[in-house]
Design a protein around this ligand. Structure first.
Ligand SMILES: [Zn+2]
Length: 139
């Protein structure tokens, strides 16, 4: 998991303008039940908003990954990327709104999946993904 996180951070650094921290985020591996419990508690807290999926969750302090996450599966690796995007978003733009964060994270995730040979569009039709991913300009 550590090396996956590092390689995804490197990909984000090369591809996007997200401010990438020097050190990788702290993460823990927990059960899906544990993720649901943390999500339920944190959702009531405005000062520490969380963004979660059933397999992973991102808070201000750390990332939580389910022990059912199988990083040999491309889609599961993309979930790790999705949560890393939320981690960067929380660090860089804590005031942005949740829906934009989600849309941006899904856009980055589908772009990464496409680069890895899987064409999935989470964002839906009619949304310009290039417009919401903070891509580095091509010179
Ligand atoms: Zn998300």
């Amino acid at each position: 998991m550590e090396s996956l996180i590092l390689s995804l951070m490197l990909w984000l650094k090369i591809t996007t303008t997200f401010k990438i921290p020097d050190a990788p985020p702290t993460f823990v591996i927990v059960s899906i039940d544990e993720i649901s419990k943390i999500a339920a508690v944190k959702k009531t807290s405005k000062s520490d908003p969380i963004i979660s999926s059933p397999l992973a969750l991102c808070t201000n302090e750390k990332l939580y990954f389910s022990n059912e996450l199988d990083i040999s599966i491309l889609m599961h690796r993309s979930i790790v990327l999705h949560e890393l995007v939320h981690y960067m978003q929380n660090k860089c733009h804590p005031d942005s709104d949740y829906e934009f964060f989600e849309m941006q994270a899904y856009a980055v995730q589908s772009h990464w999946l496409k680069q890895n040979g899987l064409n999935v569009n989470f964002v839906g039709q009619g949304i310009d993904t290039d417009g919401i991913i903070p891509f580095k300009s091509k010179k």
